[in-house]
Design a protein around this ligand. Structure first.
Ligand SMILES: Cc1ncc(COP(=O)(O)O)c(C=O)c1O
Length: 457
């Protein structure tokens, strides 16, 4: 095997793809069945030439790729990928470090330590907070809420790490009605179940109504976790963290913040006020693969109670080479994964390259493009913008559900831009999330034009 030839070929294919993105249809062009026709082979009995494997793989997956890095990909909340972060990710694969322990893999551990410190500074998280670089916000919730579970039960004399939940007093989780689905799944994973959730009414933007939180907190005592949100997935609305933190601390509860993308507003002097009070929380979950524009998968959990975090996630085994915790940080003690990818390299590269001003600019530019999209789309016949475009999300609909669905399907089919549908206030709606460093004024114009064409049919 010619290893160099293979790797050079892979690099060339990767570069060719990245360069082709602006000229391609934004959505995938092949169906699942069409992809199966070329990819679903019998398990080979023996070896196949590696170069041929790579070439065939690249050719056969090509029509099934969505151009998520495009400046006109507005689906879900999907960040693009900064070239420096992509390059660092390629190196991460080449270096292939199992980044759980500091002593056997010191470079990954030190880079991760620095990345964690930079992230805290940028996002307004207290310096003493512990952190974990995980696969995404879903796992960041599970990590942070494991620490929360440890802490609130320890306060009533129950050691959940030793005894599990058997015999533990119930934990009440108070969260907004418009919380993200990953909160409920994290609670299921932690054995708390979704039955523990006391949902607090949300306002028309999806923000938790703080009076409702106060009433719910007054209804009971005992171990309580409150979950606030920065960035509702449809509207981008941010909860009033100062008011929520006042109510939560008065009740002696733990405050967790879902800031999957909204926490990044803290990195911009112009948008920071949306996150006011963020430093008062007990734990936070966010993503780097969304607004920081590093490749998948990359999320972050932070915890203001490192001892609870470590008690919930730490591990000891005779064969592992544990560092002295005062001298180095073993990621394995903070993460739910045991073996793991060295996620710090891409975050480090992105933050070093952008600096504070670059991240602020990325946030501000995305929000400005969202404003421009909302302004342009609002002029189309029958179009109604449903949210206050305070961040990077635009939520809209046309006069009826059928037209709304028809327009979004036509824009997707045009290949000019891609975004998805949703339901808001029991009616069909269209979500636009501007989360890519690439989205330009021209992308905004082309997207508005695609909507105008789709609307006119
Ligand atoms: C508010 C919010 N929380 C959590 C998540 C889950 O993030 P991930 O898919 O990275 O796990 C998302 C994803 O869009 C989100 O918008």
């Amino acid at each position: 095997m010619d290893e160099r030839r293979l790797l050079e070929h892979a690099a060339a294919l990767g570069i060719q793809y990245v360069e082709s993105v602006p000229g391609r249809a934004v959505g995938p062009t092949a169906t699942i069945d069409e992809l199966r026709a070329t990819l679903d082979l019998p398990l080979p009995d023996g070896p196949t030439d590696e170069l041929e494997v790579l070439r065939e793989l690249a050719t056969n997956v090509d029509p099934g790729l969505a151009q998520m890095g495009s400046g006109r990909y507005f689906g879900f909340v999907i960040g693009g990928v900064l070239p420096v972060a992509l390059a660092a990710d390629w190196l991460t694969a080449a270096w292939d470090q199992n980044a759980g322990l500091a002593l056997p893999t010191p470079a990954a551990a030190v880079v991760e330590e620095v990345a964690g410190r930079w992230l805290k500074e940028l996002l307004g998280i207290p310096e003493h907070a512990s952190f974990a670089l995980v696969t995404g916000c879903q796992v960041a919730h599970a990590t942070a809420l494991a620490a929360a579970r440890n802490h609130v039960l320890e306060q009533v004399g129950h050691d959940v790490e030793r005894d599990g939940l058997v015999g533990a007093p119930p934990i009440r989780v108070v969260a907004g009605a418009k919380r993200h689905g990953t909160i409920d799944r994290a609670l299921r994973l932690l054995g708390l179940g979704t039955g523990c959730v006391r949902a607090v009414e949300a306002d028309d933007q999806g923000r938790m109504v703080v009076e409702g939180l106060r009433e719910e907190l007054a209804r009971g005592r005992g171990p309580t976790i409150v979950i606030a949100q920065l960035g509702e997935v449809n509207t981008g609305a941010c909860d009033d963290l100062n008011a929520i933190a006042d109510a939560t601390s008065a009740a002696g509860a733990w405050l967790h913040v879902d800031g999957a993308f909204g926490l990044w507003a803290a990195a911009s002097p112009s948008f920071r006020q949306l996150t006011a009070g963020v430093e008062r929380a007990d734990s936070w979950a966010t993503d780097a693969h969304k607004w920081l524009n590093v490749p998948y998968d990359n999320g972050i959990a932070f915890c203001a109670h490192p001892s609870a975090h470590r008690a919930a996630l730490g591990i000891r085994s005779a064969y592992l080479i544990h560092a002295d915790p005062d001298a180095a940080r073993d990621p394995v003690d903070w993460n739910p994964e045991h073996s793991r990818r060295a996620r710090g390299f891409t975050i480090y590269a992105a933050l070093r390259s952008l600096g504070r001003s670059g991240v602020a600019e990325l946030v501000e530019r995305s929000c400005a493009r969202a404003q421009a999209l909302a302004a342009g789309l609002s002029r189309l016949p029958g179009c109604e913008i449903l949210n206050e475009v305070a961040l990077n999300q635009v939520l809209l609909r046309f006069e009826d559900d059928e037209t709304t669905d028809r327009v979004v399907a036509a824009v997707q089919a045009s290949g000019e831009a891609w975004m998805g549908g949703t339901v808001w206030d029991d009616r069909r709606a269209i979500r636009i999330s501007v989360s890519s460093w690439q989205t330009s004024e021209e992308d905004v114009e082309r997207t508005i034009a695609a909507f105008a064409t789709a609307r006119a049919v």
